[in-house]
Design a protein around this ligand. Structure first.
Ligand code: DAV
Length: 369
């Protein structure tokens, strides 16, 4: 079967997906955006280099199991081709000692309808990450005459793109919360920046988180790039390290969103959801008090679920409260053992990116004003 690229939202029946790999994944060297994001109390601080081999093997085993589970359900699964990440990279503007990896496919590639768009990214170590996906994107482009392969303007990522105030590991959570509430983030407005995982797709509407990895210029770029869509900027005070919308605000099906109760959408940004009869409910608590060792992300990867169709959802196996909530909402929950993949850049939603979901571009928010 030849590839067709088509995916407009997070819930229509999934038929073809890209799933990342843990091979050679590195803890990146110090650089402005990474230093701003790694939690101040993290065991990753001061470490650099390829992750321990046993942890890579274990994550790859879980990824392989997840791939088999999806295939058994009739979903086609493609995997990226990893580069050698432990080598210095540079542009005329900067050098850094390694790349990152190729686990969280969702961070890099944004699928909107027939288009797969390579995001700008904002970490220097992730500047070349799109290359891991090029063999697949090349194949899709050749097989599907309607596929659009796009790449956002590569950013310069000089020091001007970052607020150096964030370089310290002694800012403290209180100060960080004040700064993020004021929308003072690590990235500046020097140039458009966005990660694909800051975008949640709702057919004609794209909801985009303004935070550490996506700036307002990045959101404006998306708006101009997708003139047939409505692009909305959202932000979620309460998160000291705001990156990626998919552990904060997760659409379940038309009309229903779960929102991280520590990072609620402010009232003034709720209007469009209320007007169109979308319910935003608090997500269940995570089952863990701490992320696993050497992990970038918070315990809220509990919310990082992969929806296979509006009645079926993959949830991490230990996240019993999130599973219970979704099951009470009438969904069939598939448990997936995935916690040992979290340190490689995220959960079930992060590790995948859509190639094909059934369905077309619908307008779920007809009342805009
Ligand atoms: O809560 O640490 C993780 C999102 C990863 N894509 C968090 C956000």
């Amino acid at each position: 079967m030849k590839t067709i690229v088509n995916s407009w939202n997070e819930w229509d029946p999934l038929k073809h997906v890209i799933l990342g790999r843990a091979d050679g994944c590195c803890i990146p060297a110090s650089e402005p955006a990474v230093d701003g994001k790694v939690p101040e109390d993290s065991d990753m601080r001061g470490k650099f280099g390829v992750r321990p081999k046993e942890s890579i093997d274990r994550a790859n085993e879980l990824l392989e199991n997840f791939s088999n589970l999806l295939k058994k359900r009739g979903i086609k699964v493609d995997r990226p081709t990893p580069l050698n990440f432990i080598q210095p990279i540079s542009t005329p503007d900067w050098k850094t000692k390694s790349m990152f990896g190729t686990m969280p496919a969702r961070d890099i590639i944004l699928t909107v309808g027939k288009e797969m768009l390579e995001a700008t990214m904002s970490y220097r170590c992730r500047w070349f990450e799109y290359l891991n996906y090029r063999p697949l994107l090349k194949k899709y482009y050749e097989e599907d005459p309607n596929m659009r392969h796009e790449s956002a303007p590569k950013p310069r990522l000089t020091d001007k793109s970052f607020h150096m105030d964030y370089l310290s590991d002694k800012i403290g959570v209180q100060k960080r919360l004040e700064w993020t509430a004021k929308k003072f983030f690590v990235t500046t407005e020097e140039e458009p920046l966005f990660d694909a995982a800051d975008v949640m797709r709702f057919g004609k509407d794209l909801m985009v988180q303004h935070g550490f990895t996506t700036n307002l210029k990045g959101i404006d770029w998306l708006r101009r790039h997708f003139p047939n869509h409505r692009v909305h900027a959202l932000n979620f005070p309460g998160d000291p390290y705001p990156i990626h919308i998919d552990a904060t605000f997760t659409a379940i099906k038309p009309g229903l969103i779960i929102n991280n109760p520590n990072r609620r959408l402010p009232n003034e940004q709720r209007e469009i959801f209320e007007k169109n009869d979308w319910k935003i409910i608090d997500a269940a608590q995570p089952a863990h008090n701490e992320p696993p060792p050497l992990c970038f992300s918070s315990v809220w990867l509990s919310m990082n679920i992969l929806i296979l169709d509006p009645k079926t959802v993959c949830v991490e196996k230990s996240e019993v409260y999130q599973a219970e909530q979704l099951s009470n909402l009438g969904m069939e929950v598939i448990e997936v053992d995935f916690r040992d993949v979290y340190p490689f850049g995220g959960g079930l939603h992060c590790s995948t990116t859509d190639v094909y979901r059934e369905g077309k571009c619908e307008d779920y928010f007809p009342k805009q004003k």
